[in-house]
Each structure stands twice: as C-alpha cells, then as structure tokens.
Design a protein around this ligand. Structure first.
Ligand code: NAD
Length: 499
C-alpha cells in the first residue's frame, strides 16, 4: 500500500490560501507562493500566498490604525468578552476539521491530534481562559506616600500592535497562546504562521472572521522566516514580538528588536531531563514514558520533550529494557489512520539533522540500544527515522546538550540525588523536567533545585491557566494564566492631586 494524503486534501476541500489583511483575503503583492509538502509523503498538497515586505507593511498599517483609532482597544469588557466567547463555540464546532488540517500541515497522527495537548479542543480552551480575564484586567490603588495628598492608581493597557510568530509543531495551540491574550487585552495582531504549517491557521482565521472582529485587528500572513518573518520583526510599527520557535531565531529577534526597544516574549527550545529514582511509582512506566515522549505523537518534535533520561544506577538495566520494550508500539504510517502513533520529521532538512545527531552520538561513544536508522518500504518517501535509544551517554556530548527534535532518547546514569540535580541543571536550556519518585520530600527538593520553567512530578500536563515558559536559553517571559495578560499589557501610573 502506498500512502497518500491527497484524498484527505480533496475531502477537506483544501484549495490553497491567501493572506488576511485588514479584514480582506488577498494574494501576495508580488504574487509569491509557497508549495506545501506533507512530511509523511513529501507530496505537494497545495500552494498558498506568502507575504512580501509590502504585504507586511500593509498589514502593519491596518493593525496600527485598528489599534490607534479603532474600537477594539476601547471596547467595553462585556462586548469584547462576548466576541471571544462566541469564537470558543465556533472552534469546538470545527474541531475535527481543524485537527485534520493540522495533520495535513505537519503529519502529526490524527489520533494524537485528537488528544488534548495539541488539538483544537485546547485551542478553544485557551481562548475561553483568556476571554475570562477580560473583565478582570484591573489596576491597583496605591497608598499615598508623602507630600501633597494624592490618589495614586495604576491602569493596565494593551501593549499595542503584536507580531506573533509561530512554529509548525503545534500551530493551532500556539496560535491561541499568542492571539487569545493579545485580543483579550485589546491589542491588534499580525500573525506569521510557519511556512511548514499554515493550512489549519488559515482555516481558523476564516472561522474567526465569523465573529466580526473590526478590520485590522487580526491579520495573518504566512511566509518564510527569512523574508516575511524578517520584514515583520524589523518593522518599526511593531510594539511587541511574541515568538515561539528555535533558540537561534529567538536570539536574532532579541538582537534586532533593540532598535525600537520592542517588547519581546520568547518561547524557545529545550533539552529537558527526566530524573528517575529507584522509588519511582512504576519504573517500567517511567521508562516507557521517557521513550514514548520522544517517539510517540510528534516523534520528539516538541519543546518540552524529556529527551535526556537521568537514571539511578541501581535501576539502570531495568529502565533500559522497559524503554526498549516501548519501541515496537511505535507505528508509522498514514497520518490519517487511527493505527498510526507517530509523526515523521517535518522536512528533509530536519531528517538530515537528526541523522547527523545519531552519527554524532555514535562517534562520541554512546551505546546504540535501538534504532539509528530509517524505515524503508512505503515509509521511504516520508521523513521517518526509527525510534533511537542511546545508553551510557555523557552529559557533555552534543546529543545530551543540543535539541535534536527527533525520536532520540539519551540515557545518562547517576549515583545519587545531588549528582542527578547537577546533571539536570548542566544544560544551556531550562524549559521543563520530570521527577519520578514516590517520596514527596524528594519530589519537592528536586523540583525546587532544577532550574526549569515547568516540572512534572510523575506526570506532565499542558493547561491554559498554568504559566509556561523557559529559564536560561529556553525563553523570556511566560504564556498562560495571568502572566500572559501581563505580557500583553503596559502598566501606567496616574497621580491625582487632591489639593
Ligand atoms: P524556527 O525558529 O525555525 O521557526 C519558528 C518561526 O519563526 C517560523 O514561523 C519561522 O518561519 C519563523 N522565522 C524563522 N526565521 C525568522 C526570522 N529571521 N525572522 C522572523 N521569523 C523567523 O522553529 P521551528 O523549526 O518552526 O520550530 C521548532 C522550534 O520551536 C524548536 O526549537 C522548539 O523547541 C521550539 N518550540 C518552542 C515551544 C515553546 O513553547 N517553548 C513550543 C513549540 C516549539
């Protein structure tokens, strides 16, 4: 059987896409397009318009006008909230279609797409959560300090025009993580989806159109980072850049945004550790979870994937054999089949990169327990790598330090809790970590000692109301919950003299 995603494309009625600027769908000013290929087969799925610098400028003028003069930032809380709440219902109504489009984008298996963390349901919930803040974005009254009697107040005001730049691995959820708080606070937005995953976002934009945002409040311009993205981040009209993607691009954004002192939030990569103690509630389950995180679902292409498994020496062999036992459960194949558990890599360039890391692991001296090669047959047209398990890894090697973004687990032994914490923290990244133990005191000790934005004790979750973000080079700022509202607002202090 040869896999093809084209019948699903036809069934979904996908026929390319345009830019959405100032409330109007339009082609690119220079006629530029991108041909989208699905990574499961590398078939050409469709073409869509990509924004030129001129299109970015047009979107900026629209977003600026909508912010500086339009009703959205000035709308009362009840009306703005009602608009976003209508959207929540619409996203739920279209959740199956959106999930399928996301699979057409990035070949994340439809079974995984239907799970909470990446699908349309969490997207709706993120809008719902942020809509709930709209009538609660309060300032403070501050005690009079000294001198003439004054009333001192703070106001929280929208930060302005937001450039939201999104990666390909969870486009719907990450669109919502930026657009929902931006709209909730009264900002206007220009979204640049990844060139590798724009179809679900374009459809979501059509759905958003139905709720009747004023023109210019939301603009969506797909395109490559080097052209469309660069035009957006360097445009003087941007007040804030909210970026999710790789560390290298995040660092570049930070350096170019110095000019206008743009506000910047960065959600970047990770090299998260799981720390597996002998008193884990279920050592076999912890090991299968570690292997499953890198090989099921997005096949390791997730920012918080725990791709370094730190394992106490006394349970090392037991852990390795349980991790290996998970591998036969990985099923590659048609991403629209519910039998398929795992995704291919996003493109041939990423495939080469992951194969390069596997070679580097072997050169460093890691013990290859499983994988390290590519599947053949029907799968050879897609960007697949077999689930790969490396043992006896030294934390100084590139496979333990760099974000591989593929189905590769590095297992590292430790002697005691102090050594485990030292290895977990010996990383330029600090996005997430897992602690597997039944000892509540140890759980808190280790969770407090690890310098990372989110720690899962025996379990890990994504929740719209929980802050998420990175320590160290994993990012700047937080999404989710009240911190997201802070990230999209400025704080103004007003003194009122009573003399
Ligand atoms: P990427 O950095 O290559 O691209 C991300 C986005 O930035 C894309 O839209 C891309 O077109 C754009 N871009 C690239 N160069 C640009 C430039 N010069 N100017 C402006 N925009 C530019 O990342 P990716 O491969 O799409 O995604 C994978 C990365 O994202 C991984 O590092 C992963 O860890 C990270 N990620 C982080 C989180 C998080 O919440 N921390 C979530 C998901 C993914």
């Amino acid at each position: 059987m040869t896999i093809s995603v084209l019948p699903k494309r036809d069934e979904l009625g996908v026929k390319g896409g345009q830019l959405y600027i100032d409330g109007v769908w339009t082609d690119a000013s220079d006629g530029g397009t991108w041909t989208h290929k699905n990574p499961a087969t590398n078939e050409e799925v469709t073409t869509f318009a990509v924004g030129s610098a001129e299109d970015v400028d047009r979107a900026m003028k629209a977003a600026r006008k909508a912010f500086d003069e339009g009703p959205w930032p000035r709308m009362n809380a009840r009306d703005r909230k009602a608009i976003l709440q209508r959207l929540v219902g619409l996203i739920y109504d279209h959740k199956d279609e959106l999930a399928q489009l996301q699979t057409l984008d990035n070949a994340i298996p439809i079974a995984f797409n239907s799970m909470y963390q990446v699908g349309a349901e969490v997207t709706a919930d993120v809008f719902d959560h942020h809509a709930g803040w709209i009538d609660k974005i309060n300032g403070d009254t501050i005690p009079h300090y000294t001198g003439n009697e004054l009333v001192t107040l703070t106001f929280r005001e929208p930060v302005g025009v937001v450039a939201a730049i999104i990666p390909w691995n969870a486009p719907l959820f990450l669109f919502a993580q930026k657009v929902a708080p931006a709209l909730a606070t009264g900002c206007t937005v220009i979204v640049k989806p990844s060139e590798h995953a724009a179809l679900a976002i374009l459809r979501l934009t059509e759905i958003i159109e139905e709720v009747g945002l004023p023109p210019g409040v939301l603009n969506v311009i797909p395109g490559p980072g080097a052209s469309t993205g660069e035009a957006l981040i360097t445009h003087p009209g941007v007040d804030k850049i909210s970026f999710t993607g790789s560390r290298a691009v995040g660092q570049h954004i930070l350096s170019v945004s110095g000019d206008g002192l743009k506000r910047v939030s960065l959600e970047l990569g990770g090299k998260s550790a799981s720390v597996n103690f002998p008193d884990a509630p279920d050592i076999g389950l912890a090991a299968m979870t570690a292997m499953g995180m890198v090989s099921m679902g997005m096949a390791g292409q997730g920012c918080v994937i725990q791709s370094r498994a730190l394992v106490d020496k006394t349970i090392y062999d037991e852990f390795l054999s349980a991790a290996e036992s998970l591998i036969p459960m990985v099923q590659y194949g048609d991403p629209f089949s519910y039998e398929t558990t795992s995704a291919p890599l996003i493109n041939p360039r990423q495939l080469d990169r992951v194969m390069g890391y596997i070679a580097s692991g072997q050169e460093s001296g890691a013990r290859l327990v499983a994988g390290g090669d590519r599947p053949g047959g029907d799968l050879s047209a897609g960007n697949y790598v077999n689930p790969t398990l490396f043992a006896d890894v030294d934390n100084s090697w590139p496979i333990a330090r760099e974000e591989i973004f593929g189905p590769v687990l590095s297992v590292i032994p430790f002697a005691d809790e102090d050594e485990a914490i030292r290895i977990a923290n010996d990383s330029p990244y600090g996005l997430g970590a897992g602690v597997y133990t039944s000892d509540i005191k140890r759980a808190f000790r280790v969770a407090k000692a690890i310098r990372a934005g989110t720690i899962g004790v025996n379990e890990y979750a994504v929740a719209p109301n929980a802050p998420f973000g990175g320590y160290k080079t994993s990012g700047l700022g937080r999404e989710g919950g009240w911190p997201a509202i802070e990230a999209f607002t400025e704080l103004k202090t007003v003194f009122v003299g009573l003399q």
